[in-house]
Ligand binder design. Structure first.
Ligand SMILES: C[S@@+](CC[C@H](N)C(=O)[O-])C[C@H]1O[C@@H](n2cnc3c(N)ncnc32)[C@H](O)[C@@H]1O
Length: 258
């Protein structure tokens, strides 16, 4: 499933992380300037996410890129920490924020492959858009998200699933692009891998949606919730035991019916 990165559980080296950051630094300027390929689909995901945020929510975004989504959503919630492994992406995001300041929004360099005590939250919502397939170990990443969420908190993700694409992409185009250093390390995931990882890490999958406006949508939008009564061990989990008010529960229940 994962040809180009260390197998799950393997020790992750500092050079591996540095190489990832360098790749994304290199493409950051182009990424910032590129048009969104399916704007209506993107808008639908943004609006869906906005509807799930409540004022005051503490939000953590992983792999925020140049901050476009954070800048759109931060006005709908409380403190919003948007992180990315690439200092260059974060620099551009910071410039955008300086151009239209939002006091609750903060950008920081962070490697989502590594547990960071400083990011232990608790958070009401963790956002992971177009990032889970880029992380070394899906289960470890989801576990970290689950650990920093308050009971009742939501992990909202949208992930390109390579194994749902034309097989030529994961088996031919991607290896070629990797060899030419035109693509980062990528996991070939399916929707079922994401929902199964959420469940294994104790999250309830509330909804799986497809938001693309055209073509076959290979990017499931998955909303998963840390159960209110989750009994997790560990100090960090204990620190996250203050549940969100009932409003979170009722919102989440309403999407589970949709
Ligand atoms: C495809 S872009 C998506 C950016 C943004 N979330 C979006 O949807 O437009 C992937 C982003 O993930 C970041 N990234 C890759 N590996 C990461 C890691 N281990 N930790 C944090 N960010 C990472 C990259 O720097 C890049 O900004």
């Amino acid at each position: 499933m994962n040809a180009s990165i260390p197998a799950s559980g393997a020790t992750r080296s500092a050079p591996h992380a540095a190489a990832k950051a360098r790749f994304w630094d290199r493409v950051a300027r182009r990424y910032a300037a590129a048009a969104i390929s399916d704007l209506p689909g993107y808008e639908r995901s943004v609006e869906r996410t906005r509807a799930l945020l409540t004022p005051g929510d503490a939000v953590l975004e992983l792999g925020c890129g140049t901050g476009s989504t954070a800048l759109r959503l931060a006005s709908a919630c409380g403190p919003y920490l948007a992180t990315d492994i690439s200092p260059r992406m974060i620099e551009i995001a910071g410039q955008r924020l300086a151009a239209s300041p939002q006091p609750q929004l903060r950008f920081a360099v962070d490697d989502a492959d590594v547990a960071q005590p400083a990011l232990d939250g608790p958070f009401d919502v963790v956002l992971a858009f177009n990032i889970l397939h880029l992380l070394d170990d899906l289960d470890a990443a989801v576990a970290r998200c689950a650990r920093v969420l308050r009971p009742g908190g939501l992990l909202i993700s949208k992930t390109p699933c390579l194994s749902e694409m034309n097989p030529l992409i994961p088996h031919l185009a991607l290896p070629l692009m990797r060899a030419l250093r035109l693509a980062p390390p990528v996991q070939s995931l399916a929707e079922a891998d994401i929902t199964a990882a959420c469940r294994r890490q104790g999250l309830e999958v509330l909804t799986v949606e497809r938001h693309a406006s055209r073509g076959r949508d290979v990017r499931p939008f998955v909303v998963a919730r840390r159960p209110i009564a989750a009994g997790q061990a560990g100090a960090a989990a204990q620190a996250c035991q203050t549940p969100k008010p009932a409003e979170r529960k009722s919102i989440a229940m309403s999407i589970s019916r949709s």
